[in-house]
Design a protein around this ligand. Structure first.
Ligand SMILES: *Cc1c(COP(=O)(O)O)cnc(C)c1O
Length: 385
């Protein structure tokens, strides 16, 4: 089976992890700050906090902004459930903004329209989480302008977008948001097995994130409520968690980060080859390039006619191609249905779901495999035409 995505591990990665196994600290050692420093320098952010998953990162990002019961968080339906689960962990409520029919990212007109209504109803969101779907950056400048006007915070779900850029600078540089959250799950752009990173330019948010990751505890005397009792002293200031990454993972991440631009370039080349090969087929909608942004190409999604969708999906799986579907509208999940969400809430996200197929895309996908995916898709479409 050709998977839709997979990790790429080199001998240098293996050596980096092995070095940690022979060293003094398996966790909370020197590798974590080294990885954080390297990642924030890469993104152009002032601060970075490594966490054991993007899910944990989203949770503490919401907590750092004070999200709690009575508050509202908005995101999109076309994402992994973690993008909104983070608000539910905090006891807040969530709602969904429909996606744009071309970029498959958050629709700016739909966001604006919902903000106008929410203002009238006195129920504005505290946080909006735009998701850089497939690695294509959202229109961050437009979201930022609305955030200024309506007074909400922005957390970028950048799980797909390590190495992507928007208007000439890297995602994660915090130009248009409070924080950005990255994932290092093996199918993402770079990996630490499980793992994630939160970047920010705010010192106050950084200090909260760093505490919440480790039980709410600080050893920084400047943050303490009284003078230290002695050199052993630390204080718990918040109800935090153990969301730490290990040193083995941080070493892997730092080694992977050295190749991130090569990874993104390889993905871009593969995406361009898909575009060239599939562009001549009718009945298929391809991702639309955005001149203002450079995708990291986490996913290559095509849309096929809804009437042929199930057939093509099965046909490709039967041909040994591990196509996938990103994503089921989040509020269609039974858990969200039970919270009261109704189907029909985001028509574009639902239309998208009936048509989308993620094709294999990862460094290591061979030319032959790539051609095989294209010809199998073309044949399957023709069979249903
Ligand atoms: C993968 C993913 C997450 C969660 O990442 P983990 O590191 O697995 O917790 C969150 N949001 C999106 C959009 C994702 O694709």
């Amino acid at each position: 089976m050709i998977p839709y995505g997979r990790q790429h591990i080199t001998q240098a990665d293996i050596d980096a992890v092995t070095r940690v196994l022979h060293a003094d600290y398996l966790t909370q050692g020197p590798e974590i700050p080294l990885f954080e420093d390297a990642f924030k320098a890469y993104c152009g952010a002032k601060y970075a906090v490594a966490v054991n998953s993007a899910t944990s990162g989203l949770h503490i990002a919401c907590l750092a902004l004070g999200l709690g019961p009575g508050d509202l968080l908005w995101s999109v339906p076309n994402t992994f459930a973690a993008s909104t689960n983070c608000a539910l962990y905090c006891g807040a409520e969530v709602d969904f903004i429909d996606i744009d029919p071309n970029s498959w990212n958050i629709s700016i007109p739909a966001l604006e329209q919902k903000l106008v209504q929410a203002k009238k109803a006195g129920r504005l969101p505290k946080i909006v989480i735009p998701v850089h779907f497939s690695g294509m950056p959202c229109d961050l400048a437009a979201i930022h302008a609305l955030a200024q006007e309506y007074g909400f915070h922005v957390i970028e779900d950048a799980a797909h977008a390590s190495g992507a850029s928007y208007e000439g600078t890297k995602i994660g540089d915090g130009r248009f948001s409070d924080m950005a959250v990255f994932s290092f799950h093996p199918v993402k752009i770079m990996t630490t097995a499980e793992g994630g990173m939160v970047t920010t330019n705010s010192q106050a948010l950084y200090q909260k994130l760093a505490r919440l990751r480790t039980h709410g505890i600080t050893r920084d005397t400047a943050q303490m409520t009284n003078a230290p009792h002695g050199p052993w002293y630390y204080q718990q200031l918040d109800l935090g968690y153990n969301y730490r990454l290990t040193d083995m993972q941080a070493a892997l991440g730092r080694s992977q980060l050295q190749r991130i631009d090569t990874y993104v370039q390889t993905r871009r080349d593969l995406a361009q080859r898909y575009h060239a090969a599939l562009g001549k087929i009718s009945n298929i909608q391809l991702p639309v390039p955005d001149t203002r942004a450079q995708s990291s190409h986490h996913l290559y999604v095509v849309r096929v006619p809804a009437s042929a969708h199930a057939y093509i999906f099965d046909r490709m799986r039967q041909s040994g191609i591990g196509v996938n579907l990103h994503y089921i509208p989040v509020y269609w999940h039974p858990y969200y249905q039970q919270l009261g969400f109704q189907k029909g809430l985001c028509p574009e996200g639902e239309r998208y779901y009936a048509e989308a197929i993620s094709l294999p895309l990862y460094p290591g996908l061979t030319d032959d495999q790539h051609s095989y995916v294209c010809s199998t898709l073309e044949n399957a479409l023709a069979e249903r035409a």
